[in-house]
Design a protein around this ligand. Structure first.
Ligand SMILES: [Zn+2]
Length: 267
């Protein structure tokens, strides 16, 4: 009897172990599925945060100073309007406390690197993304030359089809953001936009993007730096002049000091 039952014990335990393992696996898969499903809601936002950020940087540096100079107001129809950037609100809630300290403006949690704060936004605050009204700024990256700014190694061979597509997108941006029939400043900016962003979308020639330059504020920055440099140089030469004069006046004193110094050494 005992022998007979022991015969069945081993397979029974094996079955039990297998079924337990199966249940555990199911639990694992359900637990791993839940965050994935949660993330799935977040990932439904098919919009690259990095590329949106690059596009925003380009707009801020290479477009807005010129728009401000013309005192022109972008309409919400323009895809470059801040309201059309899905991530604008989150990006504005990034607080940089130190080189290695980033804080979430919503819940005050701190992170060592910006990428972890980005992940935190994706996981914890994705509900704050107004997907229904906002649009993805990364979608206009092709027109704005994001790869150029993001230091992505550009293919050596130019793709004429892609260049044509980007040129078309670029022109449509110029038309929607700066309609020529809206007055002289709009038409000036329209022209500027074509030269600054659209001309470089070609495989012919060696046109570079942002031909009209970047932030005007940089000029003020350079001015301040150059004034400071001149002041420092003036101070340096004045000091040198006074120092030289001091040497000329009292060389004997110096000799005496050095001689007395020498005499003392042997003792
Ligand atoms: Zn937070």
């Amino acid at each position: 009897m005992v022998r007979g039952s022991s015969k069945w014990v081993a397979p029974f335990f094996l079955c039990l172990l297998l079924s337990l393992h199966k249940i555990q696996g199911q639990e694992e898969s359900t637990t791993s599925r839940t965050p994935k499903q949660e993330l799935g809601d977040a990932v439904e936002v098919h919009c690259s945060r990095e590329r949106s950020r690059a596009a925003w940087k380009i707009i801020e540096e290479y477009l807005m100073p010129f728009v401000d100079k013309e005192r022109y107001q972008l309409s919400r129809r323009c895809r470059l309007h801040p309201d059309n950037d899905l991530y604008r609100d989150q990006e504005q809630h990034k607080i940089r406390l130190d080189i290695n300290e980033w804080q979430c403006g919503y819940c005050k949690k701190s992170f060592y690197e910006e990428k972890y704060l980005d992940k935190h936004f994706d996981n914890r605050h994705y509900n704050l993304l107004n997907v229904s009204h906002s649009r993805c700024l990364a979608d206009v990256c092709g027109a704005l030359h994001c790869d150029h700014v993001m230091d992505i190694s550009l293919k050596t061979k130019c793709n004429p089809a892609a260049a044509a597509r980007n040129h078309l997108l670029c022109e449509s941006l110029a038309d929607s953001c700066f309609p020529v029939n809206e007055g002289p400043s709009a038409s000036r900016l329209h022209e500027f936009f074509l030269r600054q962003f659209c001309d470089a979308h070609t495989c012919k020639g060696n046109q570079k993007p942002f031909s009209r330059g970047r932030k005007k504020r940089m000029n003020i920055f350079y001015l301040i730096v150059s004034i400071l440099t001149i002041l420092l140089l003036l101070l340096f030469y004045t000091y040198m002049y006074l120092y030289q004069r001091g040497i000329k006046r009292g060389p004997q004193k110096l000799i005496r000091v050095s001689q007395s110094g020498r005499k003392k050494k042997p003792s």
